[in-house]
Design a protein around this ligand. Structure first.
Ligand code: ATP
Length: 356
């Protein structure tokens, strides 16, 4: 007879690699059943986009197989995204984690990154909202292939939806072709509307595309939203790094944790396989080190990324196996892992409470 205690004792030697605590005390092992020599259980990950699922599975299987009498191990994966607590408490909408994507200057691919991260996370099975707060160039609708909101029914505004992502954009509020000058109080009330009057439903992650730069509008926006953390997108060359550094300082000033730095347009792969570093290389990693922030990865310069943006079909969907598609999916996983770590720390390292 194999006892549940013996199996749990074996699993309590397996560490969750990001949270550095064992699977049992993290409450990640559920529905344990033992029948003859067969052991079945669920592992409830902290995000469906977990980058280390394979490692966790291999180690858990090996641990249980080492229990005398065990002949077969069946592991089913499930995920329960941790509630950051911070975002939920302050926002009127039930969002577990809110992440702002920022850049020190325009044109570095911030919106492209925000859109692809949102879609990649939705593909992994998470419930995602994407809020386009870029008052200077709200490009999210175009990149997501949506151009209007659904008709209003009831009291709340329904967000648009594409590729499993709920989308709300400041562009939906402005008549096409009309630029608006946004002043502080107007921005605040628009954001309050986005967060309070939109029927987002329950979200695991809300990704927010901030305007480029680090001026008053950006500060005011970042301040009016209870963020779990911020991500900075930069080009690899030195001049961009100075701008990106200002972006990091903006978050630091607001006490928003830096979840990571992403280097975009890092290299161009030629048809013959050679690689050209159009804008240099390596700057993103240096910047991350300077600020003791996680480095989430590099995205190559690839024409299909732009085509995906222009046609409203992000590259993680249109060409998921391209180098840029793979890079973006990996970055989404790293970001999800950083959010799990941040929520874990914020909650004081307690086990996963599965309360929506
Ligand atoms: N890795 C990439 N490879 C090829 N093209 C890219 C890549 N990343 C972004 N682009 C393209 O570069 C242009 C600028 O990107 P995007 O609009 O995302 O930048 P941004 O930083 O959000 O700009 P802004 O802040 O000015 O709105 C777009 O045409 C986009 O398709």
């Amino acid at each position: 007879m194999i006892s549940k205690e013996a199996v749990l004792a074996a699993l309590s030697k397996v560490e969750e690699p990001e949270l550095h605590q064992d699977l049992v005390s993290l409450n990640m092992v559920q529905n344990l059943q033992i029948e003859d020599g067969k052991v079945n259980f669920d592992i409830v990950l902290t995000t469906p986009a977990c980058p280390l699922k394979g490692k966790i599975e291999a180690e858990a299987r090996q641990a249980v197989l080492s229990v005398p009498g065990v002949k077969e191990v069946n592991i089913r994966f499930d995920a329960y995204v941790r509630n950051d607590g911070h975002a939920r408490g302050l926002m009127e909408i039930p969002v577990k984690n809110a992440v702002a994507v920022a850049s020190g200057k325009g044109g570095v691919g911030k919106t492209t990154v925000a859109v692809n991260l949102a879609v990649a996370l939705a593909q992994s099975g998470a419930r995602i909202g994407l809020l386009d707060a870029d008052i200077y160039g709200p490009n999210v609708p175009r990149m997501m292939g949506v151009d209007r909101l659904p008709p209003i029914q009831g009291e709340k505004i329904k967000p648009a939806e594409a590729y499993g992502v709920k989308v709300m954009s400041i562009g939906f509020l402005v008549p096409p072709g009309k630029a608006l000058i946004w002043r502080g109080p107007m921005l605040h009330s628009a954001i309050r509307q986005f967060l309070g009057d939109v029927d987002w439903g329950l979200l695991d992650y809300l990704i927010i595309d901030l305007p480029p730069g680090t001026g008053d509008a950006q500060l005011s926006l970042a301040q009016s939203m209870p963020l779990s953390g911020g991500v900075i997108v930069t080009l690899p060359q030195a001049v961009s790094l100075e701008d990106a550094s200002r972006g990091i300082q903006m978050f630091e000033q607001l006490n928003v944790p830096i979840l990571g730095v992403i280097e975009n347009m890092s290299y161009l792969q030629m048809p013959d396989g050679t690689v050209v570093d159009v804008f240099g290389r390596g700057g993103g990693e240096i910047l991350a080190k300077q600020h003791q922030a996680p480095f989430l990865g590099v995205i190559p310069l690839e024409p299909a990324v732009r085509v995906g943006g222009d046609e409203g079909k992000p590259i993680v969907l249109s060409q998921p196996e391209s180098a840029a598609g793979k890079a973006l999916r990996q970055i989404a996983e790293h970001l999800a892992a950083q959010l799990s770590i941040a929520a874990f720390k914020r909650q004081g390292g307690v086990k996963i409470e599965m309360v929506e």
